[in-house]
Ligand binder design. Structure first.
Ligand code: HEC
Length: 106
């Protein structure tokens, strides 16, 4: 009985830790590679947390946002470099950073 409880507790704990990691990774990538423009609005970038600037972009759907962030995108307000200019980032890192910005901007 005691052992069962222990196993249950560690499974729950593992779930909590991996969720925290996924969120943390997006935030970490954002701070490292996206904040320079998206934290300040530099170069015409939609600012993190600016709901008005993000509403139409979010409405395009995540697939388009990921695509634009990974491959780069020239829009009405400026130029989004592929992966924010960080070719060393994985697609998953960039998607996590997009998720982080989107969830903080709606
Ligand atoms: C050198 C500045 C710069 C950096 C660094 C940068 N961005 Fe951008 N980003 C822009 C600009 C400018 C736009 C707006 C382009 C437009 O709509 O005209 C943009 C737009 C976007 C959009 C919206 C695309 C759309 O379809 O509306 C996403 C998503 C995005 N960036 C994600 C990221 C992520 C994730 C990172 C970090 C990995 C990042 N950006 C780093 C400048 C930057």
């Amino acid at each position: 009985m005691k052992k069962m409880l222990l196993i249950t507790a560690s499974v729950v704990l593992m779930g909590v830790v991996s969720t925290a990691n996924a969120q943390g990774a997006g935030e970490k990538t954002y701070k490292m590679a996206c904040f320079a423009c998206h934290g300040t609005g530099a170069a015409g970038a939609p600012k993190h947390g600016d709901k008005a600037a993000w509403a139409d972009r979010i409405a395009q759907g995540n697939a388009t946002l990921y695509d634009h962030a990974i491959k780069g995108f020239k829009g009405k307000t400026g130029f989004m470099p592929a992966k924010g200019g960080r070719a060393d980032l994985s697609d998953a890192d960039v998607k996590a950073a997009v998720d982080y910005m989107v969830s903080g901007s709606k």
